[in-house]
Design a protein around this ligand. Structure first.
Ligand SMILES: Nc1nc2c(c(=O)[nH]1)N(C=O)[C@@H](CNc1ccc(C(=O)N[C@@H](CCC(=O)O)C(=O)O)cc1)CN2
Ligand SMILES: Nc1ncnc2c1ncn2[C@@H]1O[C@H](COP(=O)(O)OP(=O)(O)OP(=O)(O)O)[C@@H](O)[C@H]1O
Length: 194
């Protein structure tokens, strides 16, 4: 029975199932193509100039930024991961030496005492459940990224870029007033510069 669910929840459930259905091979291909796509992105010079980038650890079929992370480490770019603090996110440095603990959702987070706020980052690569080409983002439903970047203006740091499988695109998302728009979406096959 799904009749009690609102349209966002119904869509969230369908899209989460779709991304979980991707095989390990499809996931690896997607992660590999994502790196090529980001390396070849003349429309977004911020990507080339970034010094501090937040990404995420893959969960629930999300496209994996782990190969992208390897590339950033080769380039000397500093990488960060989201840490759930109350209803918001802060960001913790992530390196091959990171020591881990699990958050309430079972996702690993770095053990640290030093956190950055969102505005100290150049780029945040956001996980998502669904996206549309206007920058609409449907997430896991916790409102964490929305709360964290609620006061950010479009011309301020960081640049918010969603990462997604192609199968997560929907024609038009039901957007709420609190949804913070993505400034770009990167999939294995293309970049949408909103
Ligand atoms: N990889 C990743 N990291 C992330 C997020 C994300 O969406 N993906 N978040 C984005 O905001 C934040 C955490 N928010 C999350 C919210 C719900 C679930 C989740 O899996 N919920 C389960 C129930 C888990 C439980 O309560 O034990 C579910 O809905 O099935 C995961 C992360 C920060 N880190
Ligand atoms: N800026 C905000 N201030 C207060 N509450 C907020 C804010 N943004 C979102 N919320 C609350 O968070 C809840 C979940 O929002 P939403 O469904 O958009 O999350 P999401 O974007 O899917 O999740 P996430 O960013 O964690 O992946 C909503 O019920 C909303 O009330």
């Amino acid at each position: 029975m799904t009749s009690h669910l609102d349209p966002r929840q119904t869509l969230r459930r369908q899209l989460r199932q779709t991304r979980r259905n991707l095989s390990a091979e499809e996931q690896l291909t997607a992660a590999t193509q994502l790196v090529s796509c980001i390396k070849n992105c003349p429309d977004l010079p911020e990507i080339e100039n970034a010094k501090r980038v937040a990404l995420y650890l893959t969960n629930d079929g999300e496209i994996s930024p782990h190969l992208l992370c390897d590339y950033y480490w080769q380039q000397g770019i500093q990488t960060y991961l989201p840490v759930v603090q109350g209803k918001q996110l802060t960001f913790a440095h992530y390196s091959p030496d990171t020591v881990w603990q699990e958050n309430v959702f079972g996702i690993k987070e770095p053990v640290t005492t030093e956190y950055l706020s969102g505005d100290e980052l150049d780029i945040v690569l956001l996980p998502l459940v669904g996206f549309d080409t206007k920058g609409g983002r449907l997430g896991m439903g916790g409102g964490f990224y929305d709360r964290t970047f609620a006061d950010k203006k479009a011309n301020e740091k960081p640049l918010l870029i969603g990462l997604a499988h192609n199968c997560q695109e929907v024609k038009s998302l039901p957007i709420e007033g609190w949804d913070v728009p993505l400034q770009a979406i990167i999939t294995p096959s293309h970049i949408i510069n909103v």
